[in-house]
Design a protein around this ligand. Sequence first.
Ligand code: ADP
Length: 478
Amino acid sequence: MTLRRKITLTYVAVTVLGVALVSLITSVQVSRFLDRRAAVAAQSQVDVLATLIENGTLIVDSTGSQDATLSELARIMDVRITVIDSAGNVRYDSNVPRSELGRLDNHLDRPEIIQAHLRSRGRADRHSATLDADMLYYARALRMGAEGLHGGYVRAAINVEELSAFSASVQRIIWAVGLVTIVLLLVVSSQVAKRITRPIQQIAATADAIKGGDVLQRVPVTSDDEIGRLATGINDMAEKLGNDIEKLRKLERVRSEFLANVSHELRTPIFSIQGFLETLLDGAVDDPQVNREFLEKAHHHANRLNTLLSDLIEISRIESGDMKMSFRYFSLSEFLQQVVQEMQPQAAKKSLSLELVMPLQPDGKVYGDRERLKQVMINLIDNAVKYTEPGGVITVRASREGTRIAVHVRDTGCGIAPEHQARIFERFYRVDRDRSREVGGTGLGLAIVKHIVEAHGGTIKVESEVGKGSTFTYTLKQ
Ligand code: ADP
């Protein structure tokens, strides 16, 4: 069952119950009131008649001397008057001619007369055969009276058909109003339920759409009540879900790109080694002119494969968060001196001069993982050596940048065009693939450098001009 129907049904059930209860109570009250009014009227009329008879003002005798007065009284009071003697004979009846009185039954067995006999007053409600109408009979015993009326009874009978008809019509009105109220409330409650459930339906539809993958769907927030908060919650959730999915997609893209790059990079040296070895096996091994050269080339590619694998292991370790860093303070000048010294042979081999400029205080300490930072320096100097022609100069320098220390590695090499500068820190990105491969690059060096620097809370940048040289600068905490 839908929420709307549930709400409507609850409303209707409560309304029907309430209206039925109110109508019932009202109709009972109305008919009771009318009945009481009729009884009180009959009682006072009987009292008037009894008083008049008892004090001798009204004489009811066999000659019917005051029948005219009695019938006039009955007409004015709008009642039927009956006078009965102690033996139960009807002595007068405003609805029966005197000549026919003898034919009437003895009245002592009438319930109102029995009651009046016992308790001086009596009441009965019944259908009168004489008048063919529903009547209310009210009788009173007479304490005095001439001609055997002492101990007799005077009785007033009111026709209650009119009252019952009135009561019934009032009840009909009450029930009709009740019914209209129910119908009205049904319409209203259905509208209210619609108003309440519309935003919930929208939320449900949006949630379904989101479940179906449409994470761009949003619920309109139209109020700041619980439903509004729910809508906002769903929207926030969808937003987060969308972001997460986008992140996952990007990650997946990066992962598959990386995998494609890795297999491509590995394939090149493997194919080369395979080629040289196959040529050797095919007979070149016996040719003293080329056998050594081919073996050396195969060896070179095997070395390259080794370097590539080391870099791959390194970068996947860094990216999976497995890289454990051990931070401590160490002297920067001592550290740079050592690295530069270790790299001198490599620079000298390519007839490059490698210099260290130290404007910092000798005791300038930095906070970091010395081994990892050494790798950074080796990669940067190694690149400078690789991409600088013989005779060039490589300068390592440290400077203060606000609260930080900056380390610069400058070369007079080929430089990097502006459009490549932002991308060289990406994995496998190389400005000139063939040249990089030729000089033994893997395309992972700068990616590793960037990771390590960022793990130190630092940043790395490059300034370069094609043909003039490049300067790589990274910062460290002091
Ligand atoms: P590679 O192993 O190819 O050197 P890196 O990640 O270390 O990979 O560098 C990415 C690319 O950036 C290099 O292929 C090269 O094109 C460019 N590059 C890096 N350092 C320098 C430099 N000192 N001078 C000119 N180009 C450089």
